[in-house]
Design a protein around this ligand. Structure first.
Ligand code: PBG
Length: 333
């Protein structure tokens, strides 16, 4: 019995919506979506981000409301980013380790507000907090000093854990950052605070709108620490190293242009593999949809489904709340 036409007709299983739903290989559950959120402490009203229509820089109050809304819809987690004012930025990113710095203070407020209803996660990186905009501290020659940066990450990690973050998103791409942060957390009694390693994070043009979102001051680029978009094996190597160093979850970022990495990494590591659908991916679909060039709702669903299908168990996406709402309404979650 060979599998060939006319006995074999793959279209059979596509013939009704109910059949298609039954044989769908990939599903999106709101619990597998994570909402990135931006917060600042120097405004009284949320500030829209022009290049990310529908996304705002929150005040602490509107942030709490946004996290509550996400929790009510069953969204799995939030990832918080602080947007400090320019006056507090300096060479070492002091505001990142100040317990009253915007991210730590907002995390404390959110954690107290939502308890266990949703996983509260924080971005652990210096770029929002430094006046030069790099993810680490600089050596006298102006290069990003890997080992000196690790000390800053350790201190940041402990402050974020104290504030109530349950999962620290290490996005700085310094060598040894996972091991350094793990040791610092354990040393302070935070054995149960988990590490999400942005293991394969590429030097990508698709972070463009994010730089507006956090008011980045970066001049130059991050090519000495983020991965070269040409490299696949190196991304896998980074993920394996991070698992060795104690990462609880690894991430591939961006998502859409790196689905081969999502597939490679998720197949190779014994920990959950997530992907970040970044600001530029969001902006592209929103802009094309606003022009009437693509069907917005279908494109959003398809883009996240593709990331899940490639092997990501959870997806960071700026559409997390909207998608969760839709999936519920359509009875798909
Ligand atoms: C670094 C960080 C960046 C993003 C998340 N964490 C920017 C960068 O590395 O330049 C980008 C996220 C996005 O574009 O949505 N703190």
């Amino acid at each position: 019995m060979t599998g060939s036409f006319p006995a074999v007709r793959p279209r059979r299983l596509r013939s009704t919506p109910a059949l298609r739903r039954l044989v769908a290989e990939t599903r999106i559950d709101p619990a597998q979506l994570i909402l990135p959120l931006f917060v600042r402490d120097d405004v009284v009203d949320p500030v829209p981000i022009t290049s990310m229509p529908g996304v705002v820089q929150h005040t602490v109050d509107t942030l709490k409301a946004a996290v509550n809304e996400a929790a009510d819809l069953g969204v799995g987690g939030v990832m918080l980013f602080g947007v400090p004012s320019d006056e507090v930025k300096d060479g070492v990113g002091s505001a990142a380790t100040d317990p009253e710095g915007v991210l730590n203070a907002a995390t404390r407020a959110v954690a107290a507000e939502v308890g266990d209803a949703i996983v509260v996660q924080t971005d652990l990186c210096l770029d929002e907090f430094t006046d030069h905009g790099h993810c680490g501290v600089l050596a006298p020659d102006g290069s990003v000093d890997n080992d000196a940066t690790l000390g800053r990450y350790r201190d940041m990690a402990v402050e974020q854990a104290r504030a109530g973050s349950q999962l620290l998103g290490l996005s700085g791409m310094m060598d040894g950052q996972v091991a350094a942060v793990r040791a610092a957390l354990d040393n302070e009694g935070f054995q149960d605070v988990a590490i999400l390693a942005y293991a394969a994070k590429y030097a990508s043009a698709f972070y463009g709108p994010f730089r507006e979102a956090v008011g980045s001051t970066l001049k130059g680029d991050r090519k000495t620490y983020q991965l070269d978009p040409a490299n696949r094996r190196e991304g896998l190597r980074e993920a394996l190293l991070d698992v060795d160093e104690g990462a609880d979850v690894v991430m591939v970022k961006p998502a859409m242009s790196y689905l081969d990495l999502v597939a490679d990494v998720s197949a190779a590591v014994p920990v959950p593999t997530w992907a970040y659908q970044v600001s530029g991916e969001y902006a592209m679909i929103e802009a094309a949809a606003a022009n009437g060039w693509i069907d917005r709702d279908r494109a959003i669903l398809e883009s996240v489904l593709g990331i899940r299908r490639a092997g990501a168990e959870a997806v960071l996406t700026y559409w997390a709340v909207e998608l969760a709402e839709r999936l519920r309404k359509e009875g798909r979650a």
